[in-house]
Write a protein that binds this ligand. Structure first.
Ligand code: 0RA
Length: 648
């Protein structure tokens, strides 16, 4: 056997072993095989095209969802090389598509930075696809190769001539691997939009061939000239800004590119998004530390130099600079190191100093040149510091009172007898009367009831100290056994003494009930985030109707079920038997037994667990639902009403 031949077969074996490993443990390579993993396939391919853009060779990337849920990603980059790979004795295209990690490492110098947190490469997508076709336009020709489960089913074929360059990858995920094959337009659109902000000047588009709108396929184009400046404006769309235009920072030092945009709004929460090589770093890291360091340093100095803090009786802290801050921090680093639980934290220590210097310099100049804006921001910071001071006092009062009253449990709580949080549940019930029914209907061994009076405080619009002074909110803190503490000047939620592992929000199935659920969820999302993240928060699903005939009855949760029940029980004749369908407007219309049977009994009930799919989206949804601007709220409610059983 010649040397070349042995190389050839050796490389085939390595490629096959690699592809097999991916198919055996897909989760290791793409995170999961659920809808998230399914979408991850698209990002692996798009990342390659973005790399072409970052290397300065690609201006357009188009994504198509075909009717069969196969996906095409095409770009106008240089095209994957198709010539013979000397060492492996096969086409470079085949190597990129079938050898693990070949895509990025193959020609490393051409990539300024390499995206992809998983960074597993297009060969993984190939291994997990029942069909994949690569089409390359390069050197005036068109080449194609097709694969199934990562194995070539054709040679690299020259199929025509072409004027431009580029790569088009079409793949159909293998349903032996994935739990779902359905692509979600909104998920793809959201990330492509984000990518357009992160890569200003890059044209991205999405076409959904499954859906026609006005005779055309549903489609959107994403393009941003202003980059992060526009990103921040977009994030704050539903908020009221403090300064007219975001502060925009762009710089480069030690081969680290840094771009930041920031804006202040009149809310009390911080929205900070950070990216490394276009990948979201949800746990922050050294780039975020550098940014914060610069903001604290420059604003503190500016305020002090101008005597703006002279009336304050306490020190301004880092947290005060964050209230109402919306910022996006994006860095491009040649060899990023990711750490943390979900590898969502940047570890490169050299980045902190670089970002801090770049942001610090530009921010200092900005404040000097824009004294009006500077004053507005510093005034806002002073209000935040004053509020923080008041909030701490209010919190200390609540927590001290708990100690004084012994058990500290609220009088309105009907606790369960079990003391084991794992098996214990608490129902947060709208109104005293429904609370009474729930108390009668519950299994008192493991189910506790806390009635909440009507509409709880809208925490999105209230100052923090008001929140701790609110009776219903105080009751929730004490009943749940969680407290807010301060560590290094930061608020942290202590949930070590959490008394229930299921916290069930139970409200009427009408507009008011939905509003109350939203208010309670806003509170949990903003002040007890950990409980939501760890899956302790649920929403009860009381039935909407009861259809009865004689002694028989059936509960219905939606219109379809009701129609089916009417057909079965009433021979389809609703009108003749008009008292027979009961529409439950409120929990109060059910008696204790009915409430237990339909909504509280673990054997029968449906609970909807509240999860945070994407904290960025959740953040904006809460600001929008609970904030100042009306039109975006109306639009959201109209678009989502069907999910929430709301009559409008
Ligand atoms: C390897 C080397 C070169 C480009 C690419 C891969 C490449 C990969 C993908 C994947 C999707 N789109 C892509 N575009 C390019 C460099 C080729 C050269 O030096 O001309």
């Amino acid at each position: 056997m010649s040397k070349d031949n042995s190389n050839y077969s050796a490389s085939n074996i390595t490629a096959l072993e690699g592809l097999e490993a991916v198919r055996k443990r897909p989760g290791m390579y793409i995170g999961s095989t659920d809808t998230k993993g399914l979408h991850h396939l698209v990002w692996e391919v798009v990342d390659n095209s973005i790399d072409e853009h970052l290397a300065g060779h690609c201006t357009h990337i188009d994504v198509i969802i075909h009717p069969d849920n196969s996906i095409s990603v095409s770009d106008n980059g240089r095209g994957i090389p198709t010539g013979m790979h000397e060492k492996l004795q096969k086409s470079a295209l085949e190597v990129v598509m079938t050898v693990l990690h070949a895509g990025g490492k193959f020609d490393k110098d051409t990539y300024k930075v390499s995206g992809g947190l998983h960074g597993v490469g297009v060969s993984c997508v190939n291994a997990l696809s029942i069909m994949l076709k690569a089409e390359v336009r390069r050197e005036g020709k068109v080449f194609t190769q097709e694969y199934s489960k990562g194995i070539p089913v054709t040679e690299v074929l020259e199929v025509g001539e072409s004027a431009g360059n580029g790569t088009k990858i079409t793949f159909l995920p293998d349903m032996e691997i994935f739990e779902t094959g359905e692509y979600k337009y909104e998920v793809l659109a959201h990330r492509l939009k984000e990518l357009s902000f992160l890569n200003s000047g890059l044209h991205l588009s999405l076409i959904d061939e499954r859906v026609k709108e006005d005779g055309e396929f549903k489609q959107e184009k994403f393009y941003s000239e202003g980059g992060l400046r526009e990103f921040v404006t977009y994030i704050d769309e539903a908020r009221t800004n403090i300064i007219e235009n975001p502060i925009h920072v762009i710089g480069k030092e030690e081969n680290i590119e840094c771009e930041v945009a920031m804006q202040y709004n009149n809310s009390y929460s911080e929205n900070l998004y950070s990216f490394v090589n276009n990948i979201a770093t949800r746990e922050g890291g050294t780039h975020v530390s550098g940014f914060r360091r610069a903001v604290n340093r420059v604003f503190t100095k500016y305020g002090e130099d101008n005597g703006m803090f002279s009336k304050l009786k306490f020190k301004v802290s880092g947290e005060d600079f964050r209230e109402g801050l919306t910022a996006v921090v994006s860095v491009k680093v040649a060899e990023p190191q990711f750490k943390g639980q979900t590898k969502g934290e940047l570890g490169n220590s050299e980045v902190t100093g670089v970002v801090s210097r770049i942001v610090g310099d530009i921010l200092k100049t900005y404040l000097e040149e824009n004294p009006k804006e500077a004053k507005r921001i510093v005034d806002k910071v002073i209000i935040a510091a004053t509020a923080r001071h008041a909030a701490r006092k209010a919190r200390e009062m609540v927590q001290r009172k708990n100690v004084l009253t012994g058990t500290g449990l609220p009088g309105k709580l009907s606790d369960c007898s079990s003391k084991d949080p794992v098996e214990s549940e608490i129902f947060l019930v709208e109104g005293d009367s429904a609370g009474g029914t729930a108390k009668q209907g519950r299994d008192r061994f493991f189910q506790a009831i806390l009635p909440l009076r009507g509409k709880i405080l809208n925490v999105e619009k209230a100052m923090e100290h008001k929140i701790y002074e609110n009776e219903e909110i105080k009751n929730m803190f004490t009943a749940l056994g969680v407290s807010i503490e301060e560590k290094d000047g930061e608020r942290v939620l202590n949930i070590e003494k959490l008394r229930y592992h299921k916290i069930v929000i139970m409200c009427d199935a009408d507009v008011d009930g939905s509003h109350i659920v939203t208010l309670i969820l806003t509170f949990f999302f903003r002040y007890m985030t950990e409980l939501v993240e760890q899956g302790y928060v649920y929403i009860a699903a009381p039935p909407l109707y009861q259809v009865r005939k004689g002694k028989q009855s059936v509960y219905c949760w939606n219109e379809e079920e009701r129609m089916a029940a009417i057909k079965t029980y009433l021979n389809g004749k609703e009108e003749d038997n008009s008292i027979k369908t009961q529409r439950y407007k409120g929990l109060g219309e059910m008696n204790a037994e009915q409430l237990w049977e339909t909504t509280m009994n673990p054997e029968e009930r449906t609970l909807r667990q509240v999860t945070i799919q994407d904290s960025q989206i959740a953040n904006n949804v809460f600001s929008m639902l609970m904030g100042d601007e009306v039109p975006p709220r109306r639009q959201f409610i109209e678009e989502n009403a069907t999910y929430a059983n709301i009559d409008i």
